[in-house]
Design a protein around this ligand. Structure first.
Ligand code: TRP
Length: 460
């Protein structure tokens, strides 16, 4: 049990910005454009929007309910609502998942830090010699495989996150979101204008916004579902934890809708930044990390003041990543703090050290320790794949089932309406979605991804 007064966010806006900070991350800025690009651009967009609306928002609301109603961490929330039942395991899954995501997410964030640093110091992008895609690729691979530099970068970010977590809910998490989110928007707008005014930008915009339903397959729909989930920080107890700091009068529906809307806008803006730039220089949009770390440096190098644009871009990515890291850190810290009667400082320290150890191994697994594999994957990929393909969908599905089937409808309604003081339209439809649509939809992604894993391991 929690024996102390639980802090809350200072204002509704602060709560929304904190949740937005969690949602907006690497998932929006490189994963989304790449997924959209590969899956028919506009057509993917339409499906993605439907997923956010009919799956993302309901799951987010379910997590908000769990957190605000119990005012506990992810594990405590399940245990309080159904003591001594296996449901507590879902909470543990969330803590474990958040911890594992941190193990590789901090490493990728570290890479963005290095690239920001390089751009700011004019190291790469202003080089006199003409850069080729191959050279940028080589440089990137060399960097991530090096034994200490990426670790130092990750360590700096973990230390920064640690400082924010130590400063508490209002003065740490909320304040950092209030500073960083507006900055993120400013940087994004600047980059958008730059990118959209490049010669040949229209081609990139067409690529992103022109629906090509010919490319839509089951893979597209499931890709959109998975992306919506990752991007909205669902399924790992993240939104449960943040909602436990919501005030009594926070309007959860409005918060969920705003977070989803802003998160989606950021993803769209990221597409508007990346594709015109890529197409304008006649570069093909590639898959995964290479798009941001190899393809884009190529683009920046050809722009006047390329260094400055590169620095702005990587700073943007860094800010987005850091606010997401903070939210994941808080999931684990809140758990230790609540459940083991540890001080916040001690809990945060245990978590930060733990993340650091994971980050060291996942970073080394991109180089020195690359030969050691778990289920045929290096440690980095293992953390990434187990969380995004197994723990996240499972956690999201179970939270819907739990809230939909195990919670008394009157309790649900009272919590969502703040004891009858705000309206909740379509409540019955919402419960129906929670009980049937969302779990079945998520089960579909889940099975698909398990199928993928089976296929992949079959190939080895
Ligand atoms: N949503 C973040 C992104 O888009 C990542 C993230 C933060 C996350 N917290 C999470 C993903 C919890 C899943 C679960 O980059």
């Amino acid at each position: 049990m929690t024996h102390y007064h639980r802090p809350t966010f200072g204002s509704r806006l602060g709560a929304i910005l904190a949740a937005v900070g969690s949602a907006v991350g690497l998932g929006n800025i490189w994963r989304f454009p790449y997924e959209a690009g590969q899956n028919g651009g506009g057509a993917f967009l339409v499906i993605y929007l439907l997923c956010v609306l009919f799956l993302g928002i309901p799951v987010m609301l379910a997590e908000f309910f769990m957190g605000r109603h119990t005012r506990r961490n992810a594990v405590g929330a399940y245990q309080q609502l159904e003591p001594r039942s296996p449901w507590g395991l879902v909470g543990y899954m969330g803590i474990l998942g958040a911890f594992m995501i941190l193990g590789f997410y901090t490493v990728v964030a570290g890479w963005t830090f290095e690239y920001f640093y390089r751009a700011a110091c004019q190291i790469v992008f202003g080089a006199e010699e003409a850069g080729t895609a191959a050279r940028f690729g080589e440089e990137f691979n060399l960097f991530i495989a090096s034994p200490w530099r990426p670790i130092v970068c990750a360590a700096i970010l973990i230390a920064g996150t640690h400082a924010v977590i130590l400063s508490g809910i209002k003065r740490g998490i909320e304040l950092s979101a209030k500073v960083m989110m507006p900055l993120l928007f400013l940087l994004m707008i600047a980059l958008c204008i730059r990118s959209a005014t490049l010669p040949g930008a229209a081609e990139g915009l067409d690529f992103l916004f022109k629906p090509d339903f010919g490319k839509v397959g089951s893979r597209t729909v499931l890709g959109a579902l998975g992306q919506a989930f990752f991007s909205l920080s669902l399924g790992m107890g993240c939104m449960i934890t943040y909602a436990s700091y919501f005030g009594k009068n926070a309007n959860m529906q409005a918060t969920a809708v705003s977070v989803a809307a802003i998160d989606t806008c950021v993803a769209l803006l990221a597409g508007v930044i990346i594709f015109p730039a890529v197409f304008s220089f006649g570069i093909q949009p590639e898959a995964g990390p290479s798009l941001v770390f190899i393809t884009l440096p190529n683009v920046f190098q050809q722009l006047p003041f390329g260094n400055i644009w590169a620095a702005v871009f990587f700073l943007l990515l860094l800010i987005a990543a850091v606010t997401s890291i903070i939210s994941l850190h808080e999931v684990v810290t809140a758990y230790f703090h609540d459940e083991f009667a540890m001080s916040r400082a001690k809990a945060a320290l245990v978590v930060s050290l733990g993340i650091f150890v994971l980050a060291v191994f996942s970073s080394l697994s991109c180089g020195l320790l690359g030969g050691y594999t778990l289920f045929g994957m290096n440690f980095f990929d293992f953390l990434d794949k187990t969380t995004s393909q197994i723990l996240m969908p499972l956690g999201g599905m179970l939270v819907c089932i739990f809230v939909g089937w195990r919670i008394d409808r009157r309790i649900l309604k009272s919590e969502f309406t703040n004891r009858g003081t705000v309206a909740f339209y379509f409540f019955s439809i919402y419960v129906f979605v929670l009980r049937f649509i969302a779990p079945l939809g998520i089960a579909a992604i889940f099975c698909d991804q398990l199928g993928l894993i089976a296929r992949l391991s079959g190939q080895r």
